[in-house]
Write a protein that binds this ligand. Sequence first.
Ligand code: PLP
Length: 400
Amino acid sequence: MDPVIPVSAHERIYLDHAATTPLSPAARDAMAGFWREGGGFGNPSGVHREARAARRALDDTRELIGDDLGVEAGNVIFTSGGTESDNLAIIGGWAARMATGRDTFAGLPSMVVAAFEHHAVLEAARAAAAADGFVLHEVPSTADGLVDLDALEAVLDDRVAFVSVMAANNEVGTVQPMAAVSSLVHRHAPSAWLHTDAVQAAPWCDLAPLMADVDLLSISAHKFGGPSGTGVLALGPGAGVHPVIHGGGQERERRSGTPDVASVLGMGAAWADRPAGHPDQVAAVTRRRQRLEGILVARMPGLAISGAEVERLPNITHLRISGVEAEALVLLADEAGLAISAGASCASGALQPSHVLLAMGCPEDAARSGVRISLGTGTSEAEVDRVAEVFPGLVARLRD
Ligand code: PLP
């Protein structure tokens, strides 16, 4: 093969914002300010002035996020990110639900999750089911990447104690019908708690209406311009969690460990400035994604856009390209200066088909051919046009 011609002699084009985003200037300033002032070393559990300053910084962020979500500040639990928030919700939420009355649930209690959940939910639920001996239902997806509401309704009954459906899928970007999910759960499994993984929705969506529909909600700072390794699990009224991490009893006995105060401050600053609060940014990213999709569809035969007919996040486009292995395309794109990702992952030397695409009913081959391009607020129209120009050539090379 001829050498790959880079998109630009000097620059790279980063199109993997669903994996992580660059730290926003607001987050960087908030973190640097905290360290600079010299109070950043205070342990928020103490009683002296330094400790109180650190605690105030945590509590201000707790209040900010709690107010926006419509939950009490005390129900905003700081965690080490989306994975921990999901584990705490699933494992700790299940334990708390059982503690308040396993007998409420007729017969053997059960949990329901969508089959296309992030592994942080899916694997936590499988591990909890194996450890606690409860029944776990994994509800399939429609071909469009939405949770199948008929299949969900079919497994909901008064034995269901906990349900988890993500607000938006991280691989294909489909926005889930959470109001409909919530109303089905309330109708058929009235004692169940409903959790949503809002990690991908958080940058783009007003989460207050979503929080009103659920009992527990997970977010992760590094998806909206905050630092990685920091997140939140928010609890609605009546919901609770048993700790998964045991120790000094921080976060009101729900998550032990000295919090990373600077990162929490960075998360707060990024939260306050996230695109969801700037409709012009959301509209611009949506327009650019649509432009990219329009050009690619016109130029590339055999291209399918996952979830093309349903509501999706502004920034994610997921392409299934027949006859092309996703990982090879991602590597070739990298060589050309484009950072994109594959849903399918390489475990033990073999490319695994994406569990999201399998849940959507794709055959195994197609489930190995999906790539995700995810834009950010900093992605320019010129970059989109450059990608649209270069991408079809990369695919053609792999098909040769
Ligand atoms: N849930 C979803 C939907 C995600 O996209 C991710 C990250 O990719 C996570 C959970 C895990 O979040 P973190 O990287 O903060 O552990």
